[in-house]
Design a protein around this ligand. Sequence first.
Ligand code: NAP
Length: 231
Amino acid sequence: MPTILISGTNRGIGLEFTRQYAKDGWRVFACCRHPDKARELKDLAARYENISVHALDVADHKQIDALAQELHDTPIDILLNNAGVYGGGEDENFGTLNYHAWEREFRINTLAAARMAEVFLDNVARSEKKLIAALSSLMGSMADNGSGGSYLYRSSKAALNAVMVSLAVDLKSRRIGVLVLHPGWVKTDMGGPNAEISTETSVRGMRAVMDKFKLKDSGRFIAYDGEELPW
Ligand SMILES: NC(=O)c1ccc[n+]([C@@H]2O[C@H](COP(=O)([O-])OP(=O)(O)OC[C@H]3O[C@@H](n4cnc5c(N)ncnc54)[C@H](OP(=O)(O)O)[C@@H]3O)[C@@H](O)[C@H]2O)c1
């Protein structure tokens, strides 16, 4: 049974990833900050015995380490860094930048993916698929930035992209692949109600991208519809 570990699964895109992979028979380690409050996730886990729910605040390296100890030498086919934050509002605007929020956004959107890769590397190496993926954003693309603003979010996702490309280079000799994904503009708490696509469409698309993944694709930045994106 293929196995996936997903962060931020209590709502939005992470919850939909959990739903689709569980339905397809994958073993899902579904992580979220507060399992007790994750009603929809718990309902899902009650329906699928291949889902296990784990407490994980990705900003807290001690919690990442504790989860790695708990999973010990379990193979993980896909390590999926989905959890993310977009502060929004005045905090993200030049002139009123919130530097404390900026550090927090980096910790969650950037540093966590590096720490997760360090800690779960052997689990991924033990699996068949050997893939580490992260939900980035087209907003992290410098080539695409024609509208400015969103300093915290854009910089944290651009830095995530840099982390993932280095990982792709460093891990190729171990035959571990790395993918940077853009989910599209998705109707979630983050994307808002006016977003273009549903979580169902976004996740189906990203799963197809990961499904087709070959080691030669490692280090690429790909949207949910398969389009290669500029850095
Ligand atoms: N929606 C879009 O249009 C869009 C576009 C481009 C990229 N993305 C990216 O896609 C990913 C998922 O976004 P989404 O739209 O599903 O966002 P969302 O609806 O706001 O959900 C964010 C998820 O991340 C979790 N999270 C936040 N901080 C965390 C932490 N410190 N530790 C663990 N989990 C944490 C949240 O958990 P809590 O409930 O505990 O806060 C929640 O489960 C993010 O990385 C986002 O940047 C989204």
